[in-house]
Design a protein around this ligand. Structure first.
Ligand SMILES: *Cc1c(COP(=O)(O)O)cnc(C)c1O
Length: 393
């Protein structure tokens, strides 16, 4: 299976585990144990019970009639926006906290940029009664006050990262330093299909419940488990990896990823990683990333906080370079208009990340009978202020 990770942790030429020696024992323990733990019957039972009763899965596969009329195709929305906490991220944090428990870890750490992964992590720590420390850049703490409040209410400690640009990359460095200093009792929950092997594969497997449900739901609704297209937005790439997972080897299913084109690909203000990126190493993984000629990581930009990441998971770097995945860069303006359109055609206010996936509908020439599944990764409540300012509401 060419799109699954190999034994060394690579997707094609991307992936691996480029880590300081001090982290080797932690990563090696995880690498040796993650698959056997995830395959245990008792793990699967508890994971799926929580996904059902706590997260609210399966999420509906909703036939969007008015959207379908507009774009002249059969468009289904996979409603990850209806998950507890408002997005797909909780699928992964539930999986990883069950794994941490089985590894005997009592203390959980995570990094967060916009705060969504911090909230999803704080949520499952409260659920399991585990100590939770969230590293967050000082600048992000100021920009994302509501999520900081949520994390605190959920009992987490939010620790400011005060070095460098005081954003996500610095928070990640602090979290890694913490993990090196507490290898015995601490587990690090990473929030997307990024980081050293085995994280990208592990997170993709937890999120693969999305495509597993799509297959079953489409079979019931359309008599076939395969759509013609699957569309998802890509920050690090976890909701897309989950939506693509069971279709990776079905070459007839077109996989479409949407990245943040920001103010335009050549404006210097974007996060269009696959288009602008070159091979490099970020967060312990070899992948495509936005960097200067001398290899400094460039500060990404997007109107949506969840897409503003300078790299992309190694699976997506491989999907891009192999041509299996088709990547589009969507500008802020295109995303905002597509988000508003969904509000008014379907009565659903999407997360601005998901609006980037919606904007792709306008870029493709569909046939009327085409079945299109769009992964609606999250709801727009968290983005209301951005919508208000953008549309002068
Ligand atoms: C975090 C987030 C994303 C981006 O993360 P991926 O790992 O690329 O899925 C997309 N949509 C929503 C709603 C998010 O919260």
């Amino acid at each position: 299976m060419p799109f699954q990770v190999n034994k060394q942790g690579y997707y094609g030429e991307f992936g691996g585990a480029y880590i300081p020696e001090m982290l080797y024992p932690n990563i090696e323990e995880l690498r040796r144990k993650y698959l056997s733990i995830m395959e245990e019957a008792s793990f699967q039972k508890e994971f799926h019970q929580l996904l059902r009763d706590y997260v609210g899965r399966p999420t509906p596969l909703y036939f969007a009639k008015r959207l379908s009329e507009k774009y002249q195709a059969k468009i289904y929305l996979k409603r990850e926006d209806l998950c507890h906490t408002g997005a797909h991220k909780v699928n992964n944090t539930i999986g990883q906290i069950l794994l941490a428990q089985r590894l005997g870890k009592k203390r959980i750490i995570a990094e967060t940029g916009a705060g969504q992964h911090g909230v999803a992590t704080a949520t499952v720590c409260a659920l399991m009664g585990l100590e939770c420390k969230i590293y967050m850049g000082e600048v992000d703490i100021e920009r994302q006050a509501p999520n900081v409040a949520r994390m605190k209410m959920l009992g987490a400690e939010v620790i400011p990262a005060t070095s460098g640009s005081k954003t996500l990359k610095d928070a990640t460095n602090e979290a890694l330093r913490d993990w090196i200093n507490h290898p015995e009792n601490t587990y690090y929950i990473i929030g997307s299909v990024v980081g050293p092997h085995p994280y990208p594969d592990m997170v993709a497997r937890f999120q693969s419940v999305i495509s597993q449900e799509i297959q079953k739901q489409l079979r019931e609704k359309e008599g076939t488990s395969n759509p013609h297209y699957i569309i998802a937005c890509v920050g690090g790439g976890s909701n897309a990896a989950g939506a693509f997972y069971h279709y990776l080897d079905h070459s007839k299913v077109v996989l479409i990823a949407s990245e943040a084109g920001g103010k335009g690909i050549h404006s210097g203000k974007s996060a269009a990683t696959t288009i602008l990126g070159k091979e490099g190493i970020i967060h312990g993984s070899k992948t495509l990333l936005m960097q200067t000629d001398d290899g400094q990581i460039t500060e990404p930009y997007s109107i949506s906080a969840g897409l503003d990441y300078p790299g992309v998971g190694p699976l997506h770097a491989h999907l891009h370079t192999s041509g299996r995945g088709k990547f589009h860069a969507i500008t802020d303006d295109e995303a905002m208009q597509a988000g508003l359109e969904l509000c008014q055609l379907e009565g659903i206010i999407p997360a601005i990340e998901s609006s980037h996936a919606l904007a792709v509908l306008d870029k493709i020439k569909f046939q009327k009978e085409d079945i299109v599944v769009l992964n609606l990764s999250g709801r727009g409540d968290k983005d209301l202020n951005t919508y208000i300012n953008y549309f002068n509401l």
